[in-house]
Design a protein around this ligand. Structure first.
Ligand code: PMP
Length: 428
């Protein structure tokens, strides 16, 4: 209800500040970055004021307490995404970094296999092997795989998108074959909001022996996600899109795969034994966490997860489905607006992107900004998707559990206002 949303908004200093303005702006850019509730800001501050120390280094009680907070956050995140063990959660800088840890690690394994390094076989790629992605990917889940293919001689392939920017289980079935070694795709597209059928896709990939890498950036903040149950091998997401701090992201992995993946970045504290000639690495997750880690950010992310659990992800998803439905209906009912992604709101979550026929998205963005509607315009780091749809940019409104109906309506009104202002209204 609207009073529940108002109560939730009050838990966010950012929204309290917005809402105190005479004409509060509408924040519809959570897909780019979300705001942090007081509980998260307090957890970071409290940790820094009372417990900050160099985790996993030394034996003092202070280090022990800081390490307990850091590892407690890991356990909390693990439970939140259905990982049976905290060791399945590796801290990274963000989702981009997490995806790179996998792609670069496979590159290391491939180079190692060529030199006969024992244990490299599990991940070794070479000519004849295939890496499969989709045309809808965010650049973060695209470029690392392009480079891995170039580095190993593997063939890079992609599932093309359909006219609405989506792709289907059947498209994947057609593209996957026994040469496919890696299948990387987004759970929820950051450009179309399309929710992929992950469990079925992971099973398909497994049946041909491919490793699945899930970009879960836009799903984990918006819906219940049980990665163990979905059956994916690796997954990546970012703290700053799920009410947590920036500077921290997560790589999830199956234990046996994390244990076999070479660390692509090395250095202090990730090792068991170092000589002048060589190094031996700790088991996961620490083998992937060399150097000083984002400790207060991890603590903050733990608090963000606690906050989301308090709201309940089923409830958050149901709420967001209502908002997305309202967006889809409003866009579909307005001539001259082209909706990207599925017309059926039940196949989407979190966001809608739209093209205002006859206008460049940057003109739309400027007009919306003047109306106090904060959205993202451009290609949203998905240039190939936009190119496939015959456009260069779009206007994206993204929602979260704090978004109000009024904000959605102001976005829709502002789009119609832009049509009138620039004289591009279409006949009904
Ligand atoms: N994948 C998707 C689907 C995203 O939406 C984003 C963020 N726009 C990323 C990857 C990259 O996330 P980050 O910038 O936090 O690394």
């Amino acid at each position: 209800t609207s009073s529940e949303v108002a109560e939730l908004r009050a838990a966010f200093p950012y929204f309290a500040t917005l809402d105190a303005q005479p004409e509060p702006p509408a924040y519809l850019d959570a897909a780019a970055t979300s705001q942090r509730p007081t509980a998260v800001l307090d957890a970071e501050r409290h940790f820094l004021e009372t417990a900050n120390a160099a985790v996993h280094r030394g034996t003092s009680g202070a280090v022990g307490a800081a390490t307990a907070a850091f590892e407690g956050a890991r356990a909390r995140v693990a439970a939140f995404v259905g990982a049976a063990a905290p060791e399945q959660i590796v801290w990274a800088e963000n989702a981009t970094d997490a995806l790179n840890i996998v792609a670069l690690g496979i590159g290391e394994a491939s180079a190692g296999a060529a030199l006969g390094v024992p244990g490299s076989e599990r991940f070794a790629l070479g000519p004849g092997d295939e890496i499969l992605v989709t045309e809808a990917e965010h650049h973060a889940n695209l470029i690392p795989w392009q480079r891995l293919a170039a580095r190993t001689g593997a063939t890079f392939r992609y599932i093309p998108v359909r006219e609405d920017g989506t792709w289907t289980l059947d498209d994947a079935r057609e593209a996957l074959n026994t040469r496919t070694r890696i299948f990387a795709f987004a759970h929820v597209s950051n450009a179309t909001g399309y929710v992929a059928p992950v469990a079925e896709l992971a099973e398909l990939a497994r049946s041909v022996g491919a490793i699945t890498v899930l970009d879960a950036c836009q799903s984990v903040p918006h819906m219940p996600v049980d990665l163990d149950a979905l059956g994916v091998d690796f997954a990546a997401f970012s703290g700053h899109k799920m009410l947590g701090p920036n500077g921290i992201g997560v790589l999830y992995g199956r234990p046996e795969l994390l244990a076999a993946l070479p660390p692509s970045r090395t250095g202090g504290s990730a090792i068991t034994k170092v000589t002048m000639e060589s190094a031996q690495f700790m088991p996961p997750p620490m083998r992937f966490e060399p150097g000083t880690q984002p400790v207060s950010q991890a603590v903050g992310l733990g608090a963000a997860v606690e906050f989301l659990e308090g709201v309940g992800m089923e409830r958050a998803a149901a709420r967001e489905h209502e908002l997305v439905e309202r967006l889809v209906e409003g866009i579909s009912a307005t001539p001259g607006l082209r909706l990207l992604g599925p017309a059926d709101p039940s196949q989407r979550i979190a966001l809608t992107s739209v093209v205002v026929e006859g206008l460049h998205a940057h003109d739309v963005g400027q007009f919306l900004d003047e109306q106090g509607v904060l959205v993202r315009v451009g290609h949203h780091c998905a240039q190939p998707l936009h190119r496939a749809l015959g456009i260069t940019s779009s206007t994206r409104a993204s929602v979260h559990l704090t978004t109000t109906e009024d904000e959605v309506d102001r976005f829709l009104d502002a789009l119609r206002g832009a049509q009138r202002y620039f004289g591009v209204e279409a006949a009904a």
